[in-house]
Design a protein around this ligand. Structure first.
Ligand code: DGY
Length: 327
């Protein structure tokens, strides 16, 4: 690869990636890989970044606002191996002339599939049903217990009709759900799968038998699922979250699940993950997954290649396709 540096750029990869992605990185760059896949501390990452031209980081590295200002001046681009970039500050990167890129599109379907898994799993008892069978608690079946909740014909509100939200809408339409959404702006009709736009988040909530969170984590969305907004949902509503854990106030969600104000929840993401609020563990009516949204070999490989496509463009002197720090 011809680069503007006249040599192979030096790249630090903070975590192990799919083998084909690592092979490409080693072929085209002077790469430092994380073969043991040990999560680096911020201090270790900063040290390893010294003298590097680029970092391929992941959303697991939640180093906070101290990270970018402390980064070696040799680093000119951070390519995050994730669509979400709430672990990095775009204004801080811009302020020091650092390029940031992410990996949209390639994980849309996989993540929308997980939203549907959460929705179906929470409604129909995938978690408690699985435990009953494994723990030999099936007992004598009766006609009235155990029971889950219907999905077909119910109303689904999608919070955030971006790429992943749109893919959830397409899937949910196939389940015969009535669709609603709230986003900052309405999206083109052909992308909304017939979903009805609500200009206010609060205004949509009374229409949500199911609420699927598919928005980014931003100062506006953090904690938006809280005691006040949960109270606006119809009785027996179900919340699913495949976006970011900090959009939800855990204490409020746990209280609503305990009291029966909410019927169930399906969660793939948690504030502070992999530590989670322990209150979730003892609840029967939650279906919990360990952040599996993009966790398939094909998707993880496509994400890695997308991150490298961005590096390639940057070091060729072109604008990376997924530049977050552009004008
Ligand atoms: C993303 O890409 O943002 C997914 O949540 C995986 O981190």
């Amino acid at each position: 690869m011809t680069t503007t540096l006249g040599r192979k750029p030096r790249v630090l990869a903070t975590r192990k990636m799919m083998p084909d992605v690592e092979q490409r990185l080693q072929r085209d760059y002077e790469a430092v890989l994380n073969e043991s896949d040990t999560p680096p501390s911020m201090a270790e990452c900063l040290k390893a970044a010294e003298g590097k031209d680029a970092i391929v980081i992941t959303s697991f590295e939640k180093f906070g606002p101290e990270f970018i200002p402390a980064l070696s001046p040799s680093v000119r681009i951070i390519a995050t191996h994730s669509v979400g970039y709430d672990h990095l500050s775009v204004p801080q990167a811009k302020a020091r002339g650092l390029a940031l890129t992410n990996t949209p599109d390639v994980l849309t379907d996989a993540t929308a599939d997980i939203s549907m898994l959460l929705l179906l799993g929470a409604a129909r008892g995938a978690s408690w049903g699985d435990r009953m069978v494994r723990e030999n608690r099936w007992g004598t079946p009766t006609l009235v217990s155990p029971l889950g909740f219907d999905v077909s014909g119910k109303r689904l509100g999608i919070f955030g009709l971006g790429r992943i939200g749109q893919a959830v809408a397409r899937r949910a339409k196939g389940f015969g759900m009535e669709l609603h959404y709230h986003s900052r702006n309405p999206v083109a009709d052909d992308l909304a799968s017939g979903a009805r736009y609500h200009a206010s988040f609060e205004g949509m909530l009374p229409f949500c038998d199911f609420l699927s969170i598919n928005s980014a984590s931003t100062p506006e969305t953090r904690g938006i699922i809280n005691e006040r907004t949960i109270a606006l949902l119809p009785p027996n509503a179900i919340i699913v979250n495949a976006a970011r854990g900090d959009i939800v106030d855990d204490a409020a969600l746990i209280a609503a699940l305990k009291s029966g104000r909410l019927a169930a929840a399906g969660l793939d993401v948690f504030k502070g993950e992999p530590e989670i609020n322990p209150g979730y563990r003892s609840l029967e009516n939650v279906f919990l997954l360990p952040h599996l949204g993009s966790a398939t070999p094909g998707t993880r490989s496509a994400m890695g290649h997308r991150a490298l496509d961005n590096l390639d463009a940057f070091f060729r002197g072109d604008r990376p396709k997924d530049l977050l720090t552009g004008d």
